[in-house]
Design a protein around this ligand. Structure first.
Ligand code: SF4
Length: 281
């Protein structure tokens, strides 16, 4: 259900979670709300008392709105989609306050994020902590940490695993994600301190691990290599995996005076930009 407009944004049939609850006998579930109809969209149960009767305040964003003009896709439009169309109220609220704080930054020409110390049990890095200095005005995004997560060798994902990662992130985080950041990591942007641990526990269960941040061995990266490229002169993914396995302790517990990076390219074309970006290419 769209928190702000109450417009129907999709339809589900009753074969999934709704059917298992046994309370939704018809394929289409409609609940009268003010003068519109709210429709269950994602398999989550919708009760009348969960539907807000008055619209929560959206932050006005005239300066950010300007960034939606022009030929390029706009990150502002992306965050607005999370605010207006995502099925979870928590995600709507986080996106709304994030936009509010960003507009406030543009108005005052100041940044309001400060760092701190956040990690998961047993690790000393991998999270980029961000706490808002204007959290009282924008409480839903007052903790907005980024998790760096290591990509598989050659960036080979199945669509199933991408969906699984996205579902986990929408469950615990803001829904904002970058594939991949300059460091090579998947950047999951925007979680509270508490949910940082919850998200990590969930993705770690199905095989993903945090990357490096701070003065440590950083996340390694390898080109698509022998699996798909005829230029390949070596087994890039094996090299990548060996490096990660040998240095994983130094990735998670920063103990160096400065960061150290490995990137693996399989031939002199250097698609990973190893020579420019890494300490060992
Ligand atoms: S670095 Fe070489 S082997 Fe690797 S993807 Fe590029 S061209 Fe292929």
């Amino acid at each position: 259900v769209n928190k702000y407009s109450h417009i129907p944004i999709g339809i589900v049939s009753c074969h999934g979670d709704l059917a298992r609850w046994g309370k939704w006998p018809k394929p289409l579930v409609g609940i009268q709300c003010v003068d519109t109809i709210a429709v269950a969209t994602t398999g989550r149960r919708v009760d009348e008392d969960t539907i807000p009767m008055s619209e929560p305040e959206r932050h006005s964003t005239p300066m950010l709105d300007e960034l939606e003009n022009g030929p390029w896709p706009s990150f502002v439009s992306g965050i607005k989609r999370l605010r207006d169309e995502h099925s979870q109220e928590r995600v709507n609220g986080v996106a709304n306050d994030l936009l509010g704080q960003l507009e406030h930054s543009y108005e005052t020409r100041k940044g309001y994020w400060k760092g701190g110390t956040v990690s998961v049990y047993g690790y000393g890095g991998g999270i980029i902590p961000r706490f808002s200095e204007v959290g009282q005005q924008f409480p839903d995004s007052k903790e907005f940490h980024t998790l760096r997560v290591q990509p598989p060798a050659g960036n080979h994902y199945t669509t199933d695993i991408l969906r699984q990662l996205a579902d986990s992130w929408e469950k615990w985080g803001s829904g904002l994600v970058t594939f991949h950041g300059q460091t090579g990591n998947i950047m999951f942007i925007g979680s509270t301190t508490e949910n940082t641990q919850n998200f990590f526990d969930e993705i770690n269960d199905y095989g993903f691990d945090l990357g490096g941040a701070g003065p440590c061995v950083r996340t390694a990266q390898s080109c698509v290599g022998a699996s798909r490229c005829e230029q390949s002169c070596t087994n890039e993914h094996r090299i990548h995996r060996q490096l990660v396995n040998n240095f994983t302790d130094d990735v998670h517990r920063p103990a160096l005076p400065y960061k150290f990076k490995f990137k693996v390219s399989g031939c002199p074309n250097d698609c990973m930009n190893s020579i420019e970006r890494a300490d060992m290419a």
